[in-house]
Write a protein that binds this ligand. Structure first.
Ligand code: UDP
Length: 473
């Protein structure tokens, strides 16, 4: 009988790679052999960081393998190129993966289970062909994923496509979200005039394949998304809610892990640690941490509105300005000097931050975020209220849940105006501060409990480990 051996295959983007690596560490710690299938591009960027190399070399039962993502190395693979990335995966990676599993070097490696990103609709077919169970892991939010799963219902109800309709009209055909979900809160790809859009078609394929998997891993916890998980179980009965993964990994690695990098940092960019010393010099809960993740893009006009809004609010801020994240037209000026002055006094700017450490720092009081799911969970774990400016995919749903359901902050989607930004900052940091701090502290406590011994996510992970260990042939 073969020993348990999992092949983990993430979508080659920062968020999914980060979550899947955390899962890989958790499974390695449980004594399961893990092969992590990275694209060549991600692998090169990840393994440039010696701390990642040394962290994974600790696990004798862990190894990396690589596959092409079908794009030339000089392709920037930015947020604008997401459909190009999916197209290349479909044309190149899909057949390569099948060949690798059927006759290539992974065919004889004794893989007993595949864990693939839910967006890889082809993975379930390959798994069935070779007779190995497949578990999907969708690294987006379950609340977002549930709206994806309801896309056929949205089309049937005439809610999709909704271009030109009232964005504030309520959606009634997403079970569990009646009453608060508006058209504007649906995933960004719903804002289309044509349901034949490639991205809608991709989602439809995903929706068809998901129930064919043996199980489904989600990065969440029952106290956060219990009602949504209940809805999802009607389509995916074998759910493993094992999040928040970063807290879960920390808990299982044991408190007191000391490392020069945050123990679970899987950054593709070089982290600028100088901001930690800057944070050390700021008063408790005084800083707005501003980051829009690894893919979001904004125009120079939007950037300036945020800038004025933050500087005019008079608050301190730590801003991640990822290279290439602000689309600058030719001849467009850089930041005006009077604003740079405002920054020097109260602000710090870096190209990429050690985000988990930043959010855990006592000086951070608010997170101005694009509502990516990893960022949202990282904020929840540290009890930091959020101001949400969603960019795409599940982020529109996540920000609605943050503002309306969990009451962990304010959702400013579809607005980008300096006076509104200034007002929202004051609301979250002053006027409604106690209310948001109270709910953020409570949710952080529930998150920690869920991954502690006896907690719901702890129990789910044990069940996942047991199920994987029983998948032998
Ligand atoms: N992140 C980071 N440093 C930064 C900005 C982001 O380490 O300066 C990490 C963040 O901690 C999170 C990931 O990048 O784990 C972003 O994932 P998320 O799902 O929030 O958004 P995406 O980048 O996929 O839009």
């Amino acid at each position: 009988m073969a020993s348990p051996h999992v092949l983990i295959f993430p979508l080659p983007l920062q968020g999914p790679v980060n979550s899947m690596l955390k899962l890989a560490e958790l499974l390695s710690l449980a004594g399961i052999q893990v092969t992590f299938l990275n694209t060549d591009h991600i692998h090169r960027r990840l393994l440039r960081h010696t701390h990642v190399q040394s962290r994974f070399s600790r696990y004798h039962n862990f190894r990396f393998r690589t596959i092409s993502d079908g794009l030339p190395e000089d392709n920037p693979r930015s947020g604008e190129q997401v459909m190009e990335i999916f197209g290349a995966i479909d044309a190149v990676t899909r057949p390569l993966f099948r060949e690798m599993m059927i006759s290539g070097d992974l065919s004889s490696s004794g893989v007993t289970c595949i864990i693939a990103d839910g967006v890889f609709d082809f993975a379930v077919g390959v798994a069935k062909e070779i007779g190995v169970p497949l578990i999907y892991f969708d690294t987006i939010s379950p609340c977002g994923l549930w709206t994806y799963l309801c896309v056929p219902k949205l089309i049937e109800a005439g809610d999709l496509p909704f271009e030109g309709k009232d964005l504030d009209a309520k959606i009634t055909c997403v079970p569990g979200m009646e009453g608060f979900l508006r058209h504007r809160d649906l995933p960004s790809f719903c804002r289309t005039s044509n349901v034949a859009d490639p991205i809608i078609q991709l989602v439809m394929r995903e929706v068809q394949q998901i129930p064919r998997a043996q199980g489904h891993i989600v990065n969440t916890f029952e106290d956060l998304e219990g009602p949504i998980l209940h809805q999802m179980r009607s389509l995916c009965p074998n759910l493993y809610p094992i999040g928040p993964l970063q807290a879960h990994l920390k808990a299982r690695l044991g408190a007191g892990t000391t490392s020069p990098q945050s123990p679970s940092s899987n950054s593709l960019w070089e982290e600028d640690k100088s901001c930690m010393a800057w944070l050390d010099a700021q008063p408790p809960k005084s800083v707005i941490y501003v980051s829009f993740g690894s893919l979001a893009l904004m125009t120079m006009d939007q950037f300036m509105e945020f800038w004025y809004g933050l500087v005019n609010s008079g608050k301190r801020f730590l801003w991640v300005r990822r290279p290439g994240s602000v689309a600058q037209k030719e001849g467009e000026s850089e930041i005006p000097s009077e604003l740079s002055q405002g920054t020097k006094e109260r602000g710090c700017i870096v190209a990429w931050a050690p985000q988990e450490e930043v959010l855990a720092h006592p000086a951070v009081g608010v997170f101005l975020t694009h509502s990516g799911w990893n960022s949202t969970l990282e904020s929840i774990v540290e009890g930091v209220p959020m101001i949400c400016w969603p960019y795409f995919v599940d982020q529109q749903v996540n920000s609605r849940f943050v503002g309306e359901v969990w009451k962990l902050g304010m959702d400013m989607k579809d607005t980008c105006d300096r006076t509104i930004i200034e007002k929202i900052v004051r609301d979250v940091m002053e006027v409604r501060r106690d209310e948001f701090m109270q709910s953020a502290n409570l949710m952080a406590k529930l998150a920690r409990e869920s991954v502690g011994e006896g907690g719901t996510s702890y129990h789910s992970l044990d069940r996942l480990i047991d199920d994987i260990k029983s998948m032998r042939f």
